[in-house]
Design a protein around this ligand. Structure first.
Ligand code: HPA
Length: 246
């Protein structure tokens, strides 16, 4: 089954015919919310709101381990994570939908692995290509199905938040090779890899990153909601098409 993890602006999934809600207990504590099971465009999907249905859980407080574990518990094999981001690369402007292919992780202090504790052997995972190629293809074909422009290939820089970045931090991130900046992409992606779930992210650019273009003098937080809302209608179309491609 395919799961969709909704981020800011997507705590409910329009068009989802809900069939069940499952409150899942995990060895890692409480997920952000019960998993919603339903039917999207004729295909079964699971949905989870990363920040909770009331959007009350900050990026650094999300229990990523419990969320990913809960999705596997209900039978999920593939995940599309929706993430709102700031755009660093010039073509990643507000409103753009982007399919990243790489990650740089700047987060700290988050519970970032299932493989720890006294009775766990040390284990490593390969993370050279952090996103699943088959889920990326599924998203890319879905965007083509509904003629939605999608920028393919970008490096997602995951910051700690909840504050936005300084202009100098964005300049450093650009030097590092980041094209996008967001707060929730890690450790979500690596946790999914640890338990062999196929995971890719669909990023929605909601603002120019700090110090860039219209954000040269600051990120206008009050205009983000409008950009996000307009883009979410397109995101919904792509997700429904992706569900149909199962
Ligand atoms: N920085 C970090 N996370 C974000 C941003 C940003 O500019 N916009 C949306 N999520």
């Amino acid at each position: 089954m395919l799961a969709l993890i909704g981020g800011t602006g997507l705590s409910r999934l329009a068009g989802l015919e809900v069939t069940a809600r499952r409150a899942v207990r995990t060895p890692f504590g409480e997920p952000s919310c019960p998993v919603t099971l339903g039917d999207l465009g004729g295909a079964p999907v699971a949905f989870m709101a990363r920040h909770g249905y009331g959007h009350t859980i900050a990026p650094h407080e999300v229990n990523y381990r419990a969320n990913i574990w809960a999705l596997r518990e209900v039978g999920v094999r593939q995940i599309i994570a929706i993430a709102s981001v700031g755009g660093i690369r010039v073509d990643c402007a507000p409103g753009a939908l982007v399919l990243p292919d790489q990650i740089i992780d700047y987060t700290w202090g988050r519970e970032a692995t299932f493989f720890e504790g006294p009775d766990q052997p040390v284990r490593h995972i390969d993370f050279t290509h952090p996103y699943s190629q088959s889920v990326r293809q599924r998203i890319s074909q879905a965007a083509r199905d509904c003629a939605e422009p999608l920028i393919e290939g970008a490096t997602y820089g995951a910051t700690q938040g909840p504050r936005l970045e300084t202009a100098a931090e964005i300049t450093r991130m650009e030097r590092d090779g980041c094209d996008l900046v967001g707060m929730t992409g890690m450790p979500e992606a690596s946790l999914a890899r640890e338990i062999e779930l196929e995971y890719a992210a669909l990023a929605v650019v909601v603002n120019h990153a700090a110090g860039r273009a219209s954000s040269v003098n600051g990120v206008h937080l009050d205009s983000l909601a409008g950009t996000l809302e307009a883009a979410m209608a397109r995101v919904h179309r792509v997700l429904a098409a992706a569900a149909r491609r199962g």
